[in-house]
Write a protein that binds this ligand. Structure first.
Ligand code: TXE
Length: 476
């Protein structure tokens, strides 16, 4: 879809209706740097209306357990029917290759179906003549959901599906960089969901802050940066709103000395560069034993050189642009600093001379802890490769950070890798793979990478609270 073929009007969904806003803001295609559409800039009274609509809808929705299941299944069908409408919009605003955008839209249906079919049993901890004690899970009320620009749709689905299945209603706000596909998806979902159950509003960052300070929501489910996540937690504290925070990561991959560089290169590369490195749990730094160092760097550089970079709308593109200008500036700055401090950009290390926010896939050799690109989350198409002498040192460096989202260990010996994996301080650790996510597998971060988890029954529990029903028996 070219920019001129994009739909002209994007509306918010409030109380089941498509609603424009009095003001709008620009949305840019990162592959061209051109404004492609206007998104509604939600006015304060419109946010109130969305919150109150969700609150109203909650009164019925919370009691309709089987309808929730059926409607989530219908919602999955609705999304699948809209893949060809939504995916090109996602590519145009986010930059990712169209095939990836299509996969992302489909993943929404996968998550909706998984949660539709997830039954949460009532646990009975005593049932005899003295008492029957049930432990139930009750929904919380209205959820404010705030999403980032890297996977606007799938990360929204991680929130929508469990929240709605558990009986909550929602007001969802996508990132101002990527509001369009989410608005379109929620507009389609409004065809099957009762009014008010899922509202979508769009606006700049202060709208997110207003949501977290609004009196209606009982829960905030946030995915984004550590800095903003901390602000969300602070805003929630005054009202003791529940929070789930899925924040950034600086995922280490540790290569053990028995690994075969040629065999692991593809897995390592794509676990770092998928979505152009803009994945919270992508590999962000690789620790490689000195003996394998040159071979691993060469193999990764070869992958980087052969990756097809371009506009996501062009067939065959594997890596699109960085999503936005501030992010491109940040990534370029991190590389510059590392090179100034002695690292070598074996491939890439520069923005190509073309419009848009492109950056050449970059493998940084001679990287070391203390360089910002190693210590911080780069969130872009750059991978620092750090040599290590012994594995104890690699484990200590991998853990020596405030981040703790995920990590991976690569080895020919799965058991040996598992021992190292066991010692990594993070929410998920993979062995000989990375970025393997599923709707039934919990995902969350240790340390500053998050609070609570998403996915699986545990993700749904985060949208509930325990309620104990203790009924005295006839004899007591
Ligand atoms: O994130 P923000 P940004 C990291 C990545 C990137 C950095 C900045 O390192 O360089 O974050 O990206 C909304 N209260 N990740 O600026 O600010 C905002 O409108 C409530 C990692 O885009 O965290 C958007 O909808 N909400 C991450 C959402 O928060 C607020 C993915 C995320 O924006 C708010 C993306 C406030 N005070 C970036 N201010 C991951 N974990 O995957 C902003 N928002």
């Amino acid at each position: 879809m070219t920019s001129s073929e994009l739909p002209v009007n994007f509306a918010m969904t409030i109380d089941g209706a498509a609603v424009p806003a009095p003001q709008t803001f620009d949305v840019v295609n990162p592959a061209t740097g051109q404004v492609i559409a206007q998104a509604p800039d939600c006015a304060p009274d419109q946010l109130d209306a969305a919150m109150h609509s969700a609150q109203q809808a909650y009164q019925l929705w919370r009691h309709e357990k089987s309808a929730r299941r059926d409607l989530l299944l219908k919602a999955a069908d609705e999304v699948l029917a809209a893949v060809d409408e939504i995916a090109p919009i996602l590519t145009a605003e986010q930059g990712k290759p169209l095939a990836d955008a299509q996969m992302e839209v489909r993943s929404v249906a996968l998550w909706f179906r998984y949660y539709a079919n997830l039954e949460v049993p009532v646990e009975v901890i005593q049932d005899d003549a003295k008492a029957r004690i049930e432990v139930r899970r009750r929904s919380l009320g209205v959820v404010a959901a705030i999403t980032p620009w890297n996977f606007p749709l799938s990360l929204a689905a991680w929130k929508i599906a469990p929240a709605l299945r558990a009986g909550n209603t929602m007001v969802l706000k996508p990132s101002p960089y990527t509001p369009l596909a989410t608005l379109k998806m929620v507009e389609r979902l409004a065809r099957v969901l009762p009014p008010g159950v899922l509202n979508a509003v769009s606006g700049r960052d202060p709208l997110g802050a207003s949501m977290t300070q609004h009196p209606v929501p009982r829960k905030i489910s946030f995915t984004g940066s550590v800095t903003t996540g901390k602000r969300v937690a602070e805003a929630a504290a005054g009202d003791l709103k529940r929070v789930t925070l899925e924040l950034g990561g600086n995922d280490p991959a540790i290569v053990l000395d028995d690994a075969d560089p040629a065999r692991i290169a593809d897995g390592l590369f794509w676990s770092a560069f998928r979505n152009n490195g803009q994945v919270c749990s992508a590999i962000k730094r690789v620790y490689v034993p000195e003996a394998l160092y040159a071979d691993v760097v060469d193999a990764l550089a070869e992958k980087a050189r052969s990756a097809r970079v371009g506009d996501g709308a062009e067939p065959g593109t594997q890596l699109g642009p960085v999503n936005n200008e501030p992010q491109l500036t940040r990534v370029a700055g991190l590389v510059e600093e590392a090179v100034a401090r002695g690292a070598e950009a074996v491939t890439g290390g520069r923005a190509p001379d073309r419009p848009g926010y492109f950056y050449e896939p970059t493998i940084l050799a001679g990287a070391s802890d203390g360089m910002r690109v190693v210590d911080e989350e780069q969130f872009g198409p750059v991978l620092p490769v750090v040599p290590y002498h012994d594995v104890e040192e690699a484990i200590a460096r991998a853990n020596g950070t405030h981040f703790g989202l995920s990590g991976s260990v690569w080895s020919a010996d799965g058991d040996r890798a598992a021992e190292v994996a066991d010692r990594l301080e993070c929410g998920t650790v993979w062995i000989n793979t990375h970025l393997a996510l599923r709707p039934d597998q919990p995902f969350g971060g240790a340390k500053w990478s998050g609070l609570g988890v998403e996915n699986g029954p545990w993700g749904l529990y985060g949208f509930t609270e325990l309620k104990v029903v203790h009924r005295a028996g006839v004899t007591s």
